[in-house]
Design a protein around this ligand. Structure first.
Ligand SMILES: CC(=O)SCCNC(=O)CCNC(=O)[C@H](O)C(C)(C)COP(=O)(O)OP(=O)(O)OC[C@H]1O[C@@H](n2cnc3c(N)ncnc32)[C@H](O)[C@@H]1OP(=O)(O)O
Length: 430
């Protein structure tokens, strides 16, 4: 049996797509909005296998400059594929760091558990390092697969519900500014404007694909009901918030009167408050559901009864992997002056990360160099990826045995250096 792992050529791109679940009409994404919103939609959603024409069109897309597909061949037959998408993520600073986003991954059932994904992952890590991307990231289809490749969650997300009758606010006065329901064409214009400003402010947010909002429409899709679009303008008339929401139709009474907020971004606390005050008290609805939101949602603290906002699901969101340790740690900013020495004992896929490192940070910048000093702590490479954006608690990772302190206070020092507020969040995947 001859195994070959190498980049995909255009003549092989349709074969590459055919090993991926979505090309076969299978669900390939566990936490899809439909399953999260808990509405009447069947799960998995019905999907048709891709047509010949669709496959050819996608094949052209996968040869794009930002998409880097790898394939596994066994005795000359393409049996597995995985790809990295060159993207950027907002890090503390703020600034954006390029990363390789792992996506479109599958190995056919007869060839699984033989190391083919591991081989493709190694090839993608090596290519990302050559392109100068110090990080890799992904959304995981299953939680048990990607830890062994050095990934761990760095952002989380929550699904919550609120009964409309409980949506009473501590301050019921609407902030200055105006709300407007707009059509899809206006929403397609509003989203890139708002998202670009959010991206610069929100740690963990990703650079969107240029066509990200092309699909917004006023037409109904299945039982979902048509998407509705809400925008907010400040007192000067400048756009500062946008939301997409639906009122799903259903023959079953328990699903009627639900308002689902699929996307929501606000640039200011006033826009945030005004938009939620409208959406949470929408006539002819009984319940509001937000399927994918940051875990530190301020709306809870706008309510007279904070307990009324019920988290019904919490999940990992973006999994991060440090490929180039000094490159990654010096690419983000720090608002404190401190020094940390830490050891990474093992990293078989990126061996240059192994060693004892001295990280010296200040608001002016950071250096990260190898040192012969005794480390303050030892951590695994997964823990460092999880801590990198500032959202994960060092104490929790120490409690889990992923960080071992060699002097008192070392774990608290890591938290002081890396932690951010509010929590990092990416509002979409790839
Ligand atoms: C980022 C994304 O794109 S998410 C989408 C991922 N795709 C899917 O889930 C589609 C269905 N699954 C598949 O196609 C395949 O099982 C893949 C792509 C997930 C894994 O491909 P494989 O070639 O079988 O993985 P490979 O053999 O390299 O596995 C490496 C290790 O992961 C383990 N592993 C692989 N898949 C799984 C799994 N689903 N659950 C638990 N462990 C797994 C293997 O046992 C192996 O363990 P070891 O290193 O301890 O020996």
């Amino acid at each position: 049996m001859k195994i070959e792992i190498r980049p995909v050529e255009r003549s092989e791109a349709v074969d590459y797509l055919k090993v991926l679940p979505y090309a076969n009409g299978l669900p390939n994404w566990e936490p899809a909005p439909a399953s999260w919103h808990g509405g009447p939609e069947a799960w998995p959603p019905p999907r048709k296998p891709a047509t010949k024409q669709q496959l050819e069109a996608w094949a052209d897309e996968v040869m794009d400059d930002h998409f880097h597909p790898q394939a596994a061949f066994v005795d000359g037959k393409l049996v597995g594929g995985s790809a990295m998408l060159s993207l950027a993520i907002t890090v503390p600073g703020p600034g954006a760091v390029p990363f390789g986003g792992v996506t479109a991954t599958g190995v056919i059932a007869t060839h699984r558990r033989r190391g083919l994904l591991r081989g493709m992952m190694q090839a993608m890590f090596d290519e990302a390092l050559e392109r100068g991307e110090p990080l890799a990231a992904l959304s995981a289809s299953e939680g048990g697969i990607y830890g062994r490749f050095g990934f761990l969650p760095a952002t989380m997300r929550s699904r919550w519900e609120l009964e409309r009758s409980d949506a009473r606010f501590i301050d019921s006065e609407l902030p200055a500014g105006s709300l407007e329901l707009v059509d899809a064409a206006a929403a397609r214009q509003a989203w890139p404007q708002i998202q670009e400003q959010i991206r610069q402010l929100q740690i963990g947010e990703l650079t969107p694909q240029p066509d990200r909002w092309d699909g917004l429409s006023d037409e109904a899709a299945g039982t979902d009901g048509p998407m509705r679009y809400l925008v907010h303008r400040d007192a000067a008339g400048d756009l500062d918030g946008v939301a997409n929401f639906r009122l799903p139709w259903s023959p079953s009474p328990e699903h009627t009167g639900t308002l689902v907020v699929d996307e929501f971004q606000a640039l200011t606390p006033d826009a945030y408050r005004a938009m939620w005050m409208l959406l949470a008290d929408f006539d002819l609805t009984r319940k509001i559901i937000a399927p994918s939101r940051p875990t530190d949602e301020p709306l809870r603290w706008m309510l007279r009864n904070p307990r009324a906002m019920r988290i019904t699901r919490q999940s990992d969101n973006l999994w991060l992997r440090i490929l180039d340790l000094p490159g990654a740690l010096t690419a983000r900013a720090y608002d404190t002056t401190a020094e940390l020495t830490f050891a990474i004992e093992a990293d078989s896929m990126c061996p240059r990360n192994v060693g004892v490192w001295r990280l010296a940070v200040s608001p002016e910048g950071a250096t990260c160099t190898r040192t012969a000093m005794r480390p303050d702590l030892t951590m695994d490479i997964q823990a460092l990826g999880s801590l990198y954006l500032g959202g994960m608690s060092a104490a929790v990772l120490a409690g889990a045995g992923r960080i071992r302190a060699h002097r008192p206070g070392a774990v608290t020092d890591v938290a002081r250096v890396l932690r951010v507020d509010p929590e990092p969040f990416n509002s979409f995947g790839f």
